[in-house]
Design a protein around this ligand. Structure first.
Ligand code: FES
Length: 144
């Protein structure tokens, strides 16, 4: 009888131990898969090259144009451009650009033309992308 109690306890303990180890193993596997997927997405994130001539608004300093649904390019000098994602970092509304700053229509956050927060409630800057201008062929590469 006593042996049966011990066997039952051992059985339950072994079962719980197996469940814990199994759960941890599955969690680790999911984390490894998640890390691998993120690395793949980072490395496969494409750079986009545009011809400035396709965007007449970018022909002069101060001009700006959307080059995709949420990415706006702003020409800040003859050879320098900004590429800013216009999704508000507060609750993901699309922010408006007036030529010098961004303003969110949802809760009023504002950002300068570099995407830096100038007024909350947003606390994080807009996402920006590295740009490389090639004067030889008048193209701009945006690392998105
Ligand atoms: S979503 Fe932009 S300020 Fe709230």
């Amino acid at each position: 009888m006593e042996n049966n109690k011990i066997d039952r306890r051992e059985f339950l303990f072994t079962g719980v131990k197996g469940l814990v180890i199994g759960t941890l193993a599955l969690s680790s596997f999911d984390i490894i898969k998640l890390i691998a997927r993120n690395k793949h997405e980072e490395s496969s994130s494409p750079a986009k090259t545009i011809s400035i001539s396709d965007y007449p608004e970018l022909a002069s300093v101060g001009g700006y144009a959307f080059i995709s649904k949420n990415v706006i390019v702003i020409r800040v000098s003859n050879s320098k451009f900004l590429a800013i994602n216009n999704i508000c970092t507060h609750k993901q509304c699309s922010v408006d650009f007036d030529g010098s700053s961004f303003e969110c229509p949802c809760h009023g956050s504002t950002y300068d033309k570099h995407g830096k927060v100038t007024n909350g409630p947003a606390t994080k800057n807009l996402k920006s992308y590295k740009t490389t201008y090639n004067a030889d062929d008048d193209t701009l590469t945006i690392n998105m």
